[in-house]
Design a protein around this ligand. Structure first.
Ligand SMILES: C[S@@+](CC[C@H](N)C(=O)[O-])C[C@H]1O[C@@H](n2cnc3c(N)ncnc32)[C@H](O)[C@@H]1O
Length: 290
C-alpha cells in the first residue's frame, strides 16, 4: 500500500469513527441513556475504569462525566489517527492507561510550571497565548485563575477542546485565533499573560516589526505580569536569521531590554531551562511586571 493510500485509508477511518461517535451521542441524548460504545472499543466497565469514571445511574451527574470522558477519548483517538496529535505538550489529565494511546510529549512542562506557579497570584484572569494542547491553560485554572487559551492551529485547539471535555474542566476556555498585529487587538485585558515559545514564530512568519507590535498589544492588555520565553540565538533553526542577529550574543539582556521597552517596570529571569526532552539548549524564562 502506498503512503497516499494509507493516508486516505486513515482519513476515511477517522471520519467514519467520528460520525459513529456523534450518532451514538445523538441517540443517547434521544434515549436519555449513556452512549453505546463503538464495536471497535470495548465499553468502559467497572474493571477498567477508575471509580470516578463509573456510571451507576444514567441520570446521575457522575454518569454524564463518564460519558464525556468516553466521548473525549474517542475524539482524541480519531484526531490522533487522522491528522495525528503532535509530540509536544502532554495531554493534561489523561489517565495512565489512556496515555499510552497518544504520542510521547517532549515539552518540559513540569519544570516550567514549578517556576511559574511560585510567581502567580491565587486568583484573577490569565491568557495563555499560543496555548497548543492547553497544558499551561489547564494548570492556570487548576491554580485558581480564570484561564483563556489562544491557539491558531485547528488541530491543537481541537485537542484542548477534547481535553476540556475529558477532564470536565472548569474555569478554562479556548479561542481558535491566529494572532497577528490586527487580531491581537480583539483580545481582552487580563491580570496574567503567558507568552511562551511563540514570539519566535511571529518573528519568523510575520517579521520583527509585526512581532513587536503584537507584543506591545499584549503588554497593553496585561494588568499585572507576563511570563515570557522565546527561541534564542542558536537554539532554533526556525528563528528568522536576520532577526536572530538582533539578539546579539546576550539573549537575556536583549529580552530584558525588549520587555522593559514595552512598558513593564521590572523584568527578572526566573529560570533557565532546557528546550525539550530532545534538545538540552537552555532558554530563559522571564517574568515582567507592571
Ligand atoms: C512551540 S508551541 C508553544 C506552546 C506553549 N506556549 C508552550 O509553551 O508549551 C507554539 C504554539 O503557538 C501556536 N502559534 C504559532 N503561531 C501562532 C499565531 N500566530 N497565533 C496563534 N497561535 C500560534 C502554535 O500552533 C503552537 O501551538
Amino acid at each position: 500500500m502506498t503512503l497516499r493510500d494509507r493516508v486516505e485509508q486513515l482519513a476515511r477511518r477517522a471520519v467514519s469513527r467520528g460520525l459513529r461517535a456523534l450518532r451514538s451521542v445523538a441517540s443517547a441524548v434521544r434515549d436519555r441513556r449513556r452512549p453505546d460504545v463503538s464495536p471497535s472499543t470495548p465499553p468502559p466497565t467497572a474493571v477498567d475504569q477508575p471509580a470516578s469514571a463509573q456510571a451507576p445511574s444514567p441520570f446521575d451527574r457522575s454518569d454524564l462525566v463518564a460519558s464525556y470522558r468516553w466521548l473525549a477519548r474517542e475524539g482524541l483517538t480519531v484526531l490522533n489517527e487522522g491528522p495525528g496529535i503532535r509530540e509536544y505538550q502532554p495531554l493534561y489529565g489523561v489517565s495512565e492507561e489512556d496515555r499510552a494511546r497518544f504520542p510521547e510529549p517532549r515539552r518540559l512542562v513540569d519544570e516550567r510550571w514549578q517556576h511559574i506557579r511560585e510567581h502567580l497570584p491565587g486568583s484573577g484572569s490569565a491568557m495563555d497565548v499560543g496555548s497548543q494542547h492547553g497544558w499551561f491553560t489547564f494548570k492556570l485554572a487548576e491554580h485558581g485563575l480564570l484561564a483563556l487559551g489562544i491557539e491558531g492551529s485547528s488541530r491543537a485547539y481541537q485537542v484542548a477542546q477534547w481535553l476540556t471535555l475529558y477532564n470536565d474542566t472548569k474555569r478554562t476556555s479556548f479561542w481558535q485565533l491566529t494572532v497577528d498585529a490586527e487580531s491581537v487587538r480583539q483580545l481582552p485585558a487580563v491580570d496574567v499573560v503567558v507568552c511562551m515559545a511563540i514570539f519566535h514564530h511571529w518573528v519568523r512568519v510575520q517579521g520583527m516589526e509585526a512581532a513587536t507590535s503584537i507584543m506591545q498589544s499584549l503588554a497593553d492588555r496585561c494588568r499585572d505580569r507576563m511570563f515570557f520565553e522565546t527561541g534564542q540565538v542558536g537554539d532554533t533553526t526556525s528563528f528568522d536569521r536576520s532577526s536572530i542577529e538582533v539578539m546579539g550574543d546576550n539573549p537575556r539582556e536583549w529580552i530584558e531590554g525588549f520587555l522593559l521597552g514595552l512598558g513593564f517596570s521590572e523584568v527578572t529571569e526566573i529560570a533557565e531551562l532546557s528546550r525539550s526532552t530532545r534538545n538540552d539548549r537552555k532558554r530563559y524564562l522571564m517574568l515582567a511586571t507592571r
